[in-house]
Design a protein around this ligand. Structure first.
Ligand code: 5AD
Ligand code: SF4
Length: 342
């Protein structure tokens, strides 16, 4: 019933509009089968290091937005970040995701030194950057320094919604940055939020069609969750159900993609990540940041995993993964697309 890959906009809208408990269950089961055929029962673990919550942008949904003066800001030093990697390496991680707000203190030179230092110390690891928009030269220098992957969610494929939510950024530039990253050779992650205020079924269909065209290696999808110190504080959160629908459809449209069961899913529901893993997701990203900074990386309210040591996160997630009949893979976990050289 859900012929993979070939859906056009109207067909996708029809699918979205006709979802009911029965078709939802079918959709998730199909996505899970597809993931089993592509990646088997393996779930890849990535160690996430949230190294700076300083951000010059002002996205309406995000607790790190520059206008939020009530947030205590922090920035880890390159040495502290490298220490987190060492701890992660000893726990078995072979991918590190370095994530931050758009923090210009971390110049291209500093980032190049950081990335090349990590790759020199831990040569059998993959480094993923999630640091927002930079110019072509910076992206190229970081790739040359050894960064393998780059996460830059497109956030929403609706130009209208994008403009409303991003007063300091441009829809066109976002897309241009994603293309630049692909041109340079990174494994690229895009993605979006579900249940944003004002988001329609058409907007979500656009997100899926945009992803199909872009053909990224990774796709991060999570529900919008309100943060108390943002202009969107009084809007309802995106639902777990709608987010699971988008994860499942993404797996069917992009069978080879790496799709994380996001922290936002785990925040929306105690078993949100497990449900995502049964609906097409195949990655989890345990937190390796120092405990002292965790509460400060507050994108939204009630974020989970605030008080658990890195080792605890590692084993908590392992239990969750095996509880749904899947298994942990601590390897680099490159995307099938990148391995096939496509
Ligand atoms: N709710 C859900 N996701 C959010 N993000 C930022 N703020 C929120 C929020 N309030 C997501 C964005 C960003 C990623 C790091 O976190 O999609 O790209
Ligand atoms: Fe900054 Fe990213 Fe938050 Fe936007 S979503 S305010 S760019 S940290």
């Amino acid at each position: 019933m859900y012929a993979e890959a070939a859906l056009n906009r109207q067909e996708l809208l029809d699918v979205l509009r006709h979802l009911n408990p029965e078709t939802r269950a079918q959709l998730r089961a199909l996505a899970h089968q597809k993931r089993l055929r592509m990646y088997g029962t393996k779930v890849y673990l990535r160690g996430l290091i949230e190294f700076s919550n300083i951000c010059k942008q002002n996205c309406l949904y995000c607790g790190l937005r520059s206008a939020n003066r009530s947030l205590e800001r922090y920035r880890l030093t390159p040495e502290e970040i490298t220490d987190c990697c060492r701890e992660g390496y000893e726990l078995g991680y072979r991918t590190f995701v370095l994530q931050s707000g758009e923090d210009d203190w971390y110049t291209a030179d500093k980032l190049v030194r950081l990335v090349s230092g990590i790759k020199r110390r831990f040569p059998d690891t993959a480094v993923t950057l999630s640091i927002g928009e930079r110019d072509d030269e910076t992206y190229a220098r970081l790739y040359a320094a050894g960064a393998d992957r780059f996460l830059l969610r497109h956030e929403t494929a609706s130009p209208r919604l994008y403009r409303e939510l991003h007063p300091t950024m441009s829809f066109e530039n976002r897309r241009d940055r994603l293309h630049a990253l692909q041109r340079i050779g990174y494994q690229v992650g895009a993605g979006f939020m579900v249940g944003l205020p004002g988001q329609t079924a058409e907007d979500l269909a656009r997100d899926l069609l945009y992803l199909k065209r872009l053909d990224p290696d990774m796709v991060g999808i999570g529900p919008f969750l309100p943060h108390h110190a943002t202009p969107l504080k009084d809007y309802p959160a995106g639902t777990l159900e709608a987010t699971l629908d988008m994860i499942a459809l993404t797996r069917l449209l992009l069978p080879a993609a790496l799709i994380p069961a996001t922290t936002a899913m785990g925040t929306a529901h105690p078993y949100g990540r497990e449900m995502a893993l049964k609906a097409g997701a195949n990655v989890v990203m345990p937190n390796l940041s120092p405990l002292t900074v965790r509460p400060k990386y507050a994108l939204y309210d009630n974020k989970i995993c605030m008080g658990d040591e890195s080792a605890q996160c590692r084993f908590c997630l392992e239990r969750r993964i095996t509880s749904v009949g899947l298994e942990v893979d601590m390897g680099r976990g490159d995307s099938l697309k990148s391995l096939s050289g496509a």
